[in-house]
Design a binder for this molecule. Structure first.
Ligand SMILES: Cc1cc2nc3c(=O)[nH]c(=O)nc-3n(C[C@H](O)[C@H](O)[C@H](O)COP(=O)(O)OP(=O)(O)OC[C@H]3O[C@@H](n4cnc5c(N)ncnc54)[C@H](O)[C@@H]3O)c2cc1C
Length: 453
């Protein structure tokens, strides 16, 4: 990927000229293409993989359909974006009521945890409620220490009980990074902050609902989450080139030259939706401090393990697994509960997610070892029986989660300012390097194309 010390020779034999090049054909890239083409702009999407979709790809095999970038559902607080996602899918949409749990000490606790306190053993319920109330009182009296990191925020918001029983172990597992080394700037609106009455009600066993904008969600009836990306991309597929792994980019007299080492595309304008870790090394003449800032940005990879069984699964949408003792996975989803079209007749499906980084024990395990580990965990949890397994599979995505470490804000600022100065627009999850869900990526596109109009 690196531009190297020798100047790279851009080939002029296989040369295409467009007005706007969109780097990356994930959800953000194809949504940009659709909206810009709709405004009559001449665009080309350059996607490195053989297929579009990025994190929103789905694998269809043996009658099963699994999302490769971890289990995805369609939900949003953003009415306009939600309507857009629903409308492109037309009839290909199943609607479900969320029934999400946390696997805690061998039983199920309703999600979010603070809305499920009545499901805890009595001692833990007391610990969580008592510490929550003590924290509220300390907060009212102005006695809480200042919040310096994500861990402090958890303790200051939920108290020591909820923090230690669930939020700290779960977040340590999913981020694969200590919460005390993460920034707290991003949590509002993402980690649900419940009304006080709800926590007390839930501890007393009165039903409450948290995170309500997700309480009802939809999912493509056929084709997994990739069906959403395909539906968005349908009007512009003729402008997408797959298998174009961008390796070199340079400014030219008329704009930009972009190469995959074989072909060159010339564009007046460049919009990047690819990870900064791919964009910056492809560019010529990037200052060292910008390269350093990109190298310091933290992210997680995800390993998705697919299990098909000839049996039923519990009526649960997905299950969080905070305990490391149970296994490496942080979440278990049941796609066949999202749609009746993703598993063969008489079968059900289970998708588990493990976040990891290069060098972790998982990277030294073979695919077979990972699958066996997951099956063992699922049988320990009594979710499946080994003899019912009829299908297994695995997929890994290197760029899955942005990790907001304590240096994040300083590093991302350096990179964004540099891209802005040289005239590259950044849109989407790993281009802006923000924790954006699908709806936020589409919102980013709407805001961007509105601005560009
Ligand atoms: C485990 C997990 C679960 C999730 N669940 C949900 C959910 O339930 N609901 C929800 O709304 N969101 C969910 N998300 C978030 C959602 O996946 C993202 O918001 C969305 O996929 C980001 O799209 P993107 O196009 O910005 O990025 P990406 O999907 O990363 O797309 C980037 C594209 O650029 C391409 N690319 C990279 N480098 C190059 C290169 N050098 N040359 C050419 N092409 C390149 C990639 O191949 C890829 O296609 C989840 C994410 C994860 C990790």
């Amino acid at each position: 990927m690196t531009a190297g010390s020798q100047p790279y020779k851009f080939r002029t034999t296989m040369y295409t000229i467009v007005k706007t090049a969109i780097l990356g054909g994930g959800l953000t890239g194809v949504t940009l293409a659709r909206f810009l083409a709709g405004k009559g702009e001449e665009i080309a999407v350059l996607e490195g993989e053989p297929a579009i979709g990025g994190l929103c790809r789905s694998r269809q095999d043996a009658g099963f359909c699994f999302d490769t970038g971890g289990s995805h559902i369609i939900f949003s607080r953003d009415e306009e974006v939600l309507r857009f996602m629903q409308s492109v899918l037309q009839e290909n949409r199943a609607v479900r009521k969320r029934n999400t749990k946390i696997f805690y000490k061998g039983g199920y606790v309703k999600y979010p945890f603070e809305n499920g306190l009545s499901g805890l053993p009595a001692e833990d319920r007391y610990f969580c409620l008592n510490e929550y109330i003590k924290t509220l009182i300390a907060s009212e009296k102005g006695e809480l220490p200042p919040v310096k990191n994500f861990r402090d925020w958890i303790y200051a918001t939920f108290g020591r009980g909820i923090a230690e029983c669930y939020l700290v172990p779960y977040n340590t597992k999913i981020w694969n990074y200590p919460p005390e080394r993460m920034s707290a700037h991003w949590v509002e609106g993402r980690v649900p902050r419940p009304p006080v009455e709800d926590v007390i009600r839930s501890a007393l066993g009165i039903e409450t609902e948290g995170y309500t904008h997700q309480a009802v969600f939809s999912y493509p009836q056929q084709g997994g989450i990739e069906a959403l990306v395909r539906a968005i991309a349908a009007p512009v597929m003729d402008r997408v080139t797959c298998g174009f792994q961008i390796s070199h980019i340079r400014k030219s007299s008329s704009g930009w030259e972009i190469s995959d080492g074989d072909r060159t595309v010339q564009a007046e304008k460049l919009i990047s939706t690819i990870p900064l870790q791919h964009l910056i090394p492809a560019l010529e003449g990037v200052p060292e401090r910008v390269r350093q800032a990109v190298a310091s940005l933290r992210y997680n990879s995800v390993c998705s393990v697919f299990i098909g069984i000839q049996a039923k699964v519990p009526d649960i949408s997905w299950l969080y697994v905070p305990s490391l003792e149970i296994g490496l996975m942080n979440r278990v989803s049941f796609p066949s509960n999202f749609s009746s079209g993703v598993a063969p007749e008489g079968c059900s499906s289970v998708l588990t997610e493990i976040t990891y980084n290069e060098g972790d024990p998982l990277t030294r395990m073979s695919e077979r070892e990972i699958i066996t580990h997951v099956i063992d965990s699922l049988t320990t949890m009594d979710l499946i029986r080994n003899e019912d397994v009829v299908y297994t599979g695995i997929a890994k995505h290197r760029f899955a989660y942005v990790v907001y470490d304590l240096d994040y804000l300083a590093n991302v600022k350096i990179v964004r300012e540099y891209c802005e100065a040289i005239g590259i627009d950044l849109v989407g999850r790993f281009a802006r390097f923000e924790y954006l869900n699908m709806d936020a990526c589409i919102r980013d596109v709407l805001d961007y194309t509105g601005r560009a109009a």
